[in-house]
Write a protein that binds this ligand. Structure first.
Ligand SMILES: [Zn+2]
Length: 459
């Protein structure tokens, strides 16, 4: 065999056991004891996970008058350092443009630049007869079976209920999955205008302008429409009790409703917006950070199975020069924060070590379920003979103080600055190639390739 990972503890969504993993070319070809290969990695004392999959990233995305600051090169490299071996990034259609034109634009930026494999979701901002027809091509020919719509960002990205409903029907018919940013853009727009008229311009008013009840309302509305259209629905980045209650209620009725949340909503709260010297802008994202009470609600929703996926919503901007665009107006602060590199470290420390989730659940939420829901399984999302050799060797004893200085994301801050994590990825393989070795870069840009994904099947 070309490469054998020896003596580690393999952890999948269902099992935990000691064995060696044999790799030939890009695939896992053997799992067992006493394997040997021309190159061997000693994983004694290490956990060996399937490569983690981040199904919610915004790399090099034009947004709010600027671009998210990670390029395909820097973003996928940072992802690899953090143990992520596959991202599914959001293409955003421009108003009046075709889905194909948007796909071409994203391909131009990504091709030849990624360190790890990637797929695309199609963000739809202009729903008409032509783009509805194009959805079929995306699912059946392009390997892009998932479509994101927004109930937020009135005047730019926002969909209306009738467009959303038509997209649900189309996805339901052709094996696609609609993903929704659930907030009520109309009311947020109204509140934003009122706050600004009262000269309430600081970052904290970003959170005030979009209360959690509006997220709950959007979830309820969307779930009702999905029920009527007989289509599955995946709600992205849930942040609050109202949202997960709506999902719970829908699932109790037997509807194919799914949800994700992100490390920031599980570990950070709205107090952050009051940090002095405009520092609150670092946490301006949508939905905003909520209360500690909401964090507990999200953990319980994970435990109950109402949330199936953890992603990052990685959408980085520099504090200097980009976040500062909203110095005098919170509505002009680019929405988003970095997280592509820190997900596994934060989730292991805050989730596994705090006993919110088991090791198996950790793998399920961050690798196996994302792969199953987004048409990548069993090529990715598990450690099995025949699967891609996307593997993370993880040192459960390694302590790291998270800091923008030591991370590889192309931005000047991390929301987890100063957090001490225990447990960190040390060696990372992408399709059998070592991309991170003992914490050092060993991969090369252009190795990562576009993965055509399968149609949606219910989890
Ligand atoms: Zn997002």
């Amino acid at each position: 065999m070309d490469l054998v990972i020896k003596n580690g503890t393999i952890v999948t969504a269902t099992d935990m056991y000691e064995a060696d993993i044999g790799i030939e070319g890009e695939k896992i070809v053997a799992i067992g004891k006493g394997l040997s290969g021309s190159k061997e990695i000693d994983a004694n004392g290490m956990m060996v996970f399937p490569g983690f999959i981040d199904v919610h990233t915004h790399i090099e995305m034009p947004f709010m008058g600027t671009y998210s600051s990670d390029t395909w090169e820097t973003g996928t490299r940072a992802a690899a350092f953090g143990g992520t071996t596959c991202v599914v990034d959001f293409i955003i259609q421009s108003k009046g443009g075709s889905l194909q034109a948007a796909l071409d634009e994203w391909n131009k930026r990504a091709t030849g630049n990624a360190y790890i494999d990637y797929g695309f979701h199609m963000g739809m901002t202009d729903i008409n007869d032509d783009t509805l027809k194009e959805m079929e091509t995306m699912i059946l020919e392009e390997g892009i079976p998932s479509f994101k719509l927004f109930f937020a960002y009135k005047g730019s990205l926002m969909a209306e209920d009738d467009g959303f409903y038509k997209a649900l029907e189309k996805a339901g018919e052709f094996g696609g999955l609609i993903m929704l940013h659930a907030e009520n853009g109309h009311i947020i727009d109204l509140f934003t205008k009122r706050l600004l008229a009262e000269k309430k311009t600081e970052p904290m008013y970003h959170a005030v302008s979009r209360p959690s009840i509006l997220e709950g309302e959007a979830c309820q509305r969307a779930i009702a429409l999905a029920d009527l259209a007989e289509a599955p629905l995946y709600i992205v980045h849930n942040s609050c009790l109202e949202a997960v209650e709506a999902i719970h209620e829908g699932r109790e009725r037997g509807l194919p409703i799914y949800g994700e949340t992100c490390p920031q909503y599980l570990t950070l709260d709205e107090e952050r917006y009051t940090e002095p010297d405009f520092n609150g802008a670092k946490y301006v994202m949508s939905p905003p950070l909520r209360s500690e009470f909401d964090q507990d609600a999200l953990w319980f929703a994970i435990e109950r199975g109402d949330l199936q996926v953890i992603s990052t919503d990685h959408c980085p901007f520099f504090f200097k020069g980009q976040k500062e665009m909203g110095k005098d107006n919170f509505a002009k602060i680019p929405n988003g924060a970095p997280g592509i590199e820190t997900r596994m470290a934060v989730m292991y420390t805050a989730g596994v070590l705090e006993d919110w989730i088991t090791l198996n659940k950790f793998v399920e939420l961050n690798s196996t379920n994302p792969a199953k829901m987004f048409g990548l399984f069993p090529q990715k999302g598990t450690i099995a003979v025949g699967s891609d050799a996307d593997i993370v060797v993880f040192d459960p004893e390694k302590e790291v103080t998270l800091s923008a200085k030591n991370l590889h994301q192309n931005t000047d801050y991390t929301p987890w600055e100063g957090m001490i994590v225990k447990g960190y990825p040390v060696t990372v393989l992408s399709r059998g190639k070592i991309v991170i070795e003992d914490g050092k870069l060993a991969g090369e840009k252009g190795w990562g390739k576009f993965i055509k994904r399968d149609r949606f099947y219910p989890l």
